[in-house]
Write a protein that binds this ligand. Structure first.
Ligand SMILES: [Fe+2]
Length: 185
C-alpha cells in the first residue's frame, strides 16, 4: 500500500485552496490532482473501501481544518443509487474502481428533472459539479457485480452541509448526508 500518495494529494489541495478561491481555477487544477490520485488504486485504507448492504457508503478521508474542502470515498454495490441531488458547492468526482453511471439533469424554472441523458465513468475519469457548471445529477453503480469506488472532493465539509434532493414525488427537499465513517485521527 502506498502511504505517501494521499497525504501528498491533501497537501497539494491545501496549497491550492490557500492560493485561490476562484472556482474555475479550483476545478481545473483540482481535476488534475484528482486525476493523478485515482489513476493509482494502491492507497485507499481498508476502512474507506467498506460497502454497506442497504445503500452506497460515504467514508470521510480528509476534512480541511478551515472547512475549505473535504475528501470522501464513495463505495457502491450493484444496484446502489443516489437520489437526484445537488451539492451547493464545487465538487470533483473521480472513479478509481469499477464504474459509475451519472444521469444528467436539467433545471427549468428552479425545478430539476432528469434529462434522459446519462454517461458511464470508468477508472481515471473525473468530472466536476457546482451551481455554475451544473449541480444536479443522479449517480449509481454501473456494475452488475463487485464494488465501485469513487473519490470525491468538495469545496466544504460536504457531510455537514444542508443541500437538496428530490423525493419520490419529485419535490425538492433538504438533506444532510453525514458520513459512514471518519478518519482514525
Ligand atoms: Fe453528487
Amino acid at each position: 500500500m502506498n502511504t505517501d500518495r494521499f497525504p501528498a494529494f491533501v497537501a497539494a489541495m491545501t496549497a491550492l485552496v490557500a492560493r485561490t478561491g476562484d472556482e474555475p481555477t479550483l476545478l481545473r487544477e483540482g481535476r488534475a490532482l484528482l486525476t493523478a490520485l485515482v489513476r493509482h488504486d494502491d492507497w485507499l485504507p481498508d476502512r474507506a473501501a467498506v460497502a454497506r448492504d442497504d445503500r452506497y457508503a460515504q467514508h470521510l478521508l480528509h476534512r480541511d481544518p478551515q472547512g475549505r474542502f473535504s475528501v470522501v470515498s464513495f463505495v457502491w454495490g450493484p444496484g446502489h443509487r443516489t437520489p437526484v441531488h445537488d451539492h451547493t458547492v464545487w465538487g470533483l468526482v473521480g472513479v478509481m474502481r469499477g464504474a459509475e453511471r451519472c444521469e444528467e439533469c436539467s433545471v427549468a424554472d428552479g425545478a430539476p428533472r432528469l434529462s434522459g441523458h446519462a454517461h458511464v465513468m470508468q477508472p481515471g475519469d473525473v468530472e466536476a459539479v457546482s451551481p455554475t457548471v451544473g449541480d444536479w445529477h443522479r449517480v449509481s453503480s454501473a456494475r452488475d457485480d463487485g464494488l465501485s469506488i469513487s473519490i470525491h472532493v468538495y469545496g466544504a465539509d460536504i457531510g455537514q452541509l444542508r443541500r437538496h434532493r428530490l423525493d419520490d414525488r419529485g419535490a425538492v427537499i433538504d438533506f444532510v448526508s453525514g458520513y459512514d465513517s471518519l478518519p482514525a485521527c
